[in-house]
Design a binder for this molecule. Structure first.
Ligand code: ZN
Ligand code: ZN
Ligand code: FE
Length: 761
């Protein structure tokens, strides 16, 4: 006897070839019925004998489309309709506009095979894609995700492509970017004068890269600057021209085997490298790697990734590993179209490999590392955006504007948080403009009207000013480090009733007491926090200038610990600081002129890095701490001393003794590796000891470790293991970065929690 079952399937089930797969399984099982997209997901109706229906659902469970993620299946028995065939109902795609738009997907194995198959009609066609792969987020102009609303709209499909697109049994059924050499986009190789370079563009590009040239390559979410990663000359030229002397450059390898030749990997790292999100994964370089050491001169690591577009596959197939770094000037947004190309073409790149499929949305590569097998994002962008992060409770729509550097923003709908792509540095005008465009774009795309706009407490952040200008009915100001902690809490499913010990070790954030915060211990819930401890205050002479010159921070710490009376003795410890620069600084510090107090952990790492002579000044954020971590000898397990000093109901974490011990160690010629390790171990031990104190008073067992300083995985590992040994539950950021790229999630969570509890900032 026949039955009919209707199942609503939720998860990532649209835009990933789900309906054709359902169709194939149903036809194979001899069932009739239908499948269609709906706002809630995909609705399947199957009619036939019970055993075949069971077999069908079993097959769907075990063999879903590769990029689909089934989260929930709700099945109900409905009356039979005596249907005679199985059909895909072409829906109006109304309802939730976002459901059909997963992040951009890397070229799949099937397409890769066809791409390299001389007999295939898409042999060497750099825009090959199918329902399981290809661009999404970066080509959509508006939703629903349908060809006319993508930058593929100007390309009319040829009869062959159209046949694939309309045939439910074809793996390109309903693949919106479907194209071929006859009907689709084309590449061109151009000179700085925008003249075509004669010859086949891809082969010619390979030839130029081999000859050490720098080529701007149009990718999914923007241009890359490419050069030979084995050539010191090429990499040095790229660095000189880009004005990026030392910050690590990502390297694209042709295959996982090639990655293994140059870097140490494990199963978790390889799973990330080969996932359809294709992030840059930070790996340890092998000592015998022939990569130019200039790709990451400050570390033993390399940011490795694999080709994710057909164009990458073709380029890498015939070349050694390529440096593929964002096509931009310093911290500006990544260049995405021809109009902006002249910013990088000519001055930086010798040639540009361009094409005529527009990039609708800028989207930088994502960067992550694995720390004890867990993901730590350094940047969450392409391949992950706009996938939602589930919040522990629902509320009205919120726009959270994020921070000033490494900006992302966040829009919520009910219990979903959608983080933007990496926006970057807002203090740069083009960065701020990108932020404004991206916010408007996201809000329009999601069709939400934010009722609450959350922002940082800092009154001068451009993101804060933007929030004020929105005219939203409700604004919520969120303290920077509370946002870091709250973001990590919701990542771990902690909700309104939970309280944690929040440890936010960070660069700098606005403190409501007029000091610059950044080494914070708080008892925090989602709605509010109480500062229970912080790193000892030091002066930040000249504000921003001290951040750019860690050696000035070192001077500040030494003056605080030893006084300024014998300045010459202090300066003898700081050979990198010219005395004529030091004297006025010492005055500023002593008198507190333009020298705010800061509890920043980031600045303490800067000071120590400068003290050991590793980094008197920086050319990118975090450089001093990166060098200090790289120098650390991980076999050293002992630590410098620290003090927990009670003060006004709070605990001041002082590394004054550690600084004295560092000077003593350096005085007897101790290796920098040992000094660095002992310092890292001291910070970890101080964090653990302070948490222990808080636990005794407050009976809290969960510790959140967050903030940009925890990008230092040595510090993170040491802190976590000490806390675990003391029986704490330790939460770290795994879905958003611990740096300021993650604070928009925290701001949104705090705003929603306050709304839920009926309180306001
Ligand atoms: Zn494919
Ligand atoms: Zn075609
Ligand atoms: Fe921060």
């Amino acid at each position: 006897m026949n039955r009919r079952v209707r199942a609503t399937i939720r998860g990532r089930v649209q835009g990933v070839g789900f309906r054709p797969t359902v169709y194939r399984h149903a036809v194979e099982a001899g069932l009739t019925g239908s499948v269609r997209n709906a706002p809630a997901g995909v609705i399947v109706e199957v009619e036939g004998p019970t055993d075949r229906i069971d077999a069908f659902f079993e097959r769907l469970r075990t063999a879903p489309p590769p990029q689909a993620r089934i989260e929930h299946v709700e099945a109900a028995e409905i009356p039979c309709e005596q249907s005679t065939a199985f059909q895909i109902v072409v829906s109006q795609r109304s309802g939730d506009p976002l459901v059909g738009m997963p992040p951009d997907l890397a070229t799949c194995e099937d397409c890769r095979r066809e791409l390299l198959d001389p007999a295939d009609r898409r042999h060497r066609y750099p825009f090959i894609n199918c329902t399981n792969c290809g661009p999404r987020f970066t080509i959509v102009t508006e939703l629903p995700y349908d060809r006319p609303y993508t930058s593929m709209a100007p390309f009319e499909m040829c009869p062959d492509c159209l046949r694939e697109y309309t045939n439910p049994l074809d793996r390109r059924f309903d693949a919106q970017p479907n194209a071929c050499p006859v009907c689709g986009p084309r590449v061109r190789l151009i000179t700085p004068a925008h003249a075509d370079v004669p010859g086949e563009p891809i082969s010619k590009t390979i030839e130029l890269l081999r000859a050490g040239r720098i080529v701007a390559v149009k990718g999914l979410g923007g241009y890359h600057l490419a050069c030979d990663a084995l050539s010191d000359d090429a990499v040095r030229r790229l660095r000189d021209r880009k004005g990026r002397p030392a910050k690590a450059l990502a390297v694209m390898f042709p295959s996982i085997e090639a990655v293994r030749e140059h870097c140490e990997t494990d199963a978790a790292a390889e799973a990330e490298l080969t996932a359809c999100s294709r992030p840059i994964v930070v790996l340890r370089r092998r000592p015998d790697s022939t990569l130019s050491s200039l790709v990451a001169p400050d570390t033993h690591d390399a940011g490795a990734f694999l080709p994710y577009t057909p164009l990458h596959v073709l380029l890498l197939a015939e070349l050694s590993p390529l440096v593929m770094t964002s096509g931009n000037l310093s911290e500006e947004p990544i260049v995405k179209d021809e109009a902006e190309l002249d910013r990088i073409l000519g001055d930086i790149a010798d040639y540009a490999l361009v094409h005529d499929r527009a990039i609708v949305r800028r989207c930088d590569d994502s960067v992550l590392r694995l720390v004890e097998g867990r993901r730590m994002f350094l940047r969450r962008s392409r391949g992950f955006v706009p996938a939602e992060i589930r919040l522990p409770f629902a509320g009205p729509p919120v726009l959270a504007c994020g921070g000033e550097l490494k900006n992302t923003f966040c829009v919520t709908r009910a219990d979903e948080a959608l983080l933007s792509q990496h926006i970057g540095d807002l203090s740069d005008y083009t960065g701020y403009r990108f932020f404004c465009e991206a916010v408007e774009d996201m809000v329009a795309l999601l069709e939400v009207k934010p009722e609450i706009v959350a922002h940082d407490l800092h009154p001068d952040y451009l993101s804060t000013r933007y929030a004020r200008k929105t005219g939203a009915p409700r604004l919520e100001a969120v303290q920077h480090h509370h946002a870091h902690v709250a973001g990590c809490m919701v990542e771990h499913g902690l909700g309104l009733d939970d309280q944690v010990i929040g440890v936010s070790l960070d660069g700098s954030g606005y403190g409501p007491d007029g000091t610059v915060w950044g080494g914070e211990i708080m008892v925090a819930g989602l709605a509010g926090f109480e500062r229970v401890g912080h790193f000892k205050h030091y002066r930040l002479p000249g504000g921003e200038e001290a951040i750019r010159h860690p050696v000035r921070m070192a001077l500040s710490c030494l003056i605080a610990e030893f006084g300024a009376d014998d300045l010459d003795a202090l300066l003898a410890r700081l050979p990198d600081l010219p005395p004529e620069e030091a004297r006025p600084l010492a005055q500023m510090i002593a008198r507190g002129i333009r020298s705010p107090l800061t509890s920043s952990a980031g600045r303490l790492f800067d000071a120590v890095a400068a003290l050991v002579g590793l980094c008197p000044e920086i050319t990118y954020e975090g450089q001093a701490a990166i060098r200090l971590q790289t120098a650390a000898d991980e076999d050293v397990t002992d630590a410098y001393n620290f003090d927990l000093e009670p003060s006004g109901g709070m605990t001041i974490i002082s590394f004054g003794r550690a600084l004295r011990e560092i000077l003593a160690d350096l005085g007897v010629g101790a290796p920098v590796g040992r000094v660095s390790a002992r310092f890292h171990n001291a910070v970890a031990a101080a964090v653990a000891a302070c948490c222990e104190q808080v636990r005794e008073r407050r009976r809290l067992e969960t510790v959140v470790l967050t903030g940009g300083v925890f990008q230092n995985d040595l510090l993170l590992r040491r802190s976590r293991s000490l806390l675990r040994a003391r029986g704490f539950r330790v939460c770290t950021n795994e879905r958003v970065p611990p740096n300021d790229g993650g604070i928009s999630l925290g701001q949104a969570a705090v705003a929603l929690a306050r709304h839920e509890l009926g309180i306001s900032s």
